[in-house]
Design a protein around this ligand. Structure first.
Ligand SMILES: Cc1ncc(COP(=O)(O)O)c(C=O)c1O
Length: 419
């Protein structure tokens, strides 16, 4: 009989305060933000312009536009590739909500494809069946930092004539065959929110290579104005736009964090490998599968799944999983359910509720689309059995913290049948 679980009154496996927060903020960050504050261009200032250039160079894009969220960049991407009212946009059934709701913001219809259990990404075997004559974009999500097989995805998309918008919000620095994600599709969206690998508080970046795509995205980005209209800036609106631009303080922080991204990514890969090795063979734990050949994972989120049969836990999988997560948290293991719902089961989708009056689903240009939440069994199985680990695998945390996390996980799983 091992030590009592912390949730049952035993000692914690991970002492209070042992796991350090993210991101690591140092004097470089402080100086960058204070210098921006001392300047007098707080809206789209010099840091915004520099951040665009630096991110474009770092990722290998011709153009970058700094935005106030990754969601904004996704919406700009759909507008830029020509999605219109009533069009269909394909997204994985399991991802962040806005990978799909960006379509609704453009009065277009999300269509879901189940995921592959091993990669947790959209199942490329099921993609073609979801493409219809109305499919006008595929949102290619590199979930948790594992890139999709971009050779296969682009072959299907190009053959069927459907543009790809890459959702790289979690995948900063991830690579496919040595090339950074975000460089394969027509354009890409990055997020720089609190949890992301380049954190600027909130924010993100839109990237692309084609000047026409850039020009269309730019209109949505800034009210619908054209930044370089034929006769100077007149504030005439050339399209329906939003206000998605970002500000100088945020860009200053983002630039400073971007300078550390390559170093942080290298550390994360080492720490993820250490955790995987420490947990290998733990009964009832399904570790991330070996990274597919060609993929460079960034380990944004180290997601594990539980095998409830092996753990001797009966009943609803999500209830058993929640019990395990609570027990892990009581041990001090910083883990959480990343996304508790598959997208087709979310109320907004099930109720077909967007801007009202049945649009976009009842729009004259649309064909009927149904959402049957049982049609995505792999996404459901993954969703109900997973928990994720993020900050513990990032600097300033190191091997000591990873070993504590591994010990906490092993301890809870050994006592799972008592929960
Ligand atoms: C996969 C994915 N897509 C899109 C987003 C949206 O990014 P943001 O929160 O910056 O709008 C996020 C993050 O929240 C995400 O994880």
């Amino acid at each position: 009989m091992g030590e009592a679980l912390a949730i049952q009154g035993g000692p914690r496996a991970v002492p209070e305060g042992a796991i350090l927060g993210w991101p690591e903020v140092d004097d470089d960050d402080r100086q960058a933000v204070l210098a921006s504050l001392a300047g007098c261009a707080h809206a789209f200032g010099p840091n915004c312009k520099a951040f665009q250039q630096e991110l474009a160079a770092w990722n290998g894009a011709k153009f970058a536009l700094t935005v106030n969220s990754g969601t904004a960049a996704l919406h700009m991407g759909l507008a830029a590739v020509g999605v219109q009212a009533g069009d269909e946009v394909i997204a994985p059934a399991y991802t962040w909500s806005s990978s799909a709701t960006c379509a609704l913001h453009h009065n277009a219809i999300p269509v879901f494809v189940d995921i592959n259990f091993d990669t947790m990404n959209l199942d490329l075997d099921k993609l073609e069946a979801a493409i219809t004559p109305r499919t006008k974009a595929i949102v290619a999500v590199h979930l948790h930092g594992l890139p999709l097989d971009m050779d296969r995805l682009m072959e299907i998309a190009n053959r069927r004539g459907v543009p790809v918008v890459e959702d790289c919000c979690q995948a900063v620095g991830a690579t496919w065959k040595g090339r950074k994600v975000g460089t394969f599709g027509a354009c890409a969206a990055f997020s720089f929110n609190q949890n992301k690998i380049v954190c600027s508080g909130e924010g993100g970046m839109f990237t692309c290579d084609d000047p026409k795509i850039k020009a269309r995205a730019e209109k949505l980005w800034y009210f619908g104005e054209s930044i370089e209209p034929p006769a100077g800036q007149t504030h005439e609106l050339f399209a329906l736009g939003w206000m998605y631009r970002n500000n100088d303080l945020t860009a200053a922080f983002g630039r400073s964090q971007l300078r550390k991204a390559t170093r942080n990514l290298a550390a994360m890969r080492v720490l993820a490998a250490r955790l995987a090795a420490a947990l290998e063979g733990t009964p009832g734990l399904i570790l991330p599968r070996e990274v597919p050949a060609g993929a460079g994972h960034n380990w944004y989120n180290f997601t594990v799944r539980f095998d409830f049969q092996v753990l001797g836990m009966a009943g609803e999988p999500s209830v058993a999983r929640d019990r395990l997560v609570k027990a892990l948290q009581a041990e001090g293991v910083p883990t959480d359910v990343w996304q508790g719902f598959i997208l087709p089961a979310m109320t907004v989708i099930r109720a077909k509720s967007a801007y009202g009056k049945g649009c976009p689903w009842d729009c004259g240009h649309a064909a009927p689309v149904t959402y049957d939440s049982t049609a995505y069994p792999v996404a459901r199985r993954h969703c109900d059995s997973h928990t994720g680990i993020t900050f513990a695998l990032r600097p300033p945390n190191g091997p000591g913290q990873v070993d504590l996390v591994a010990a906490g996980i092993r301890k809870v799983l050994a006592g799972a049948a008592t929960l």
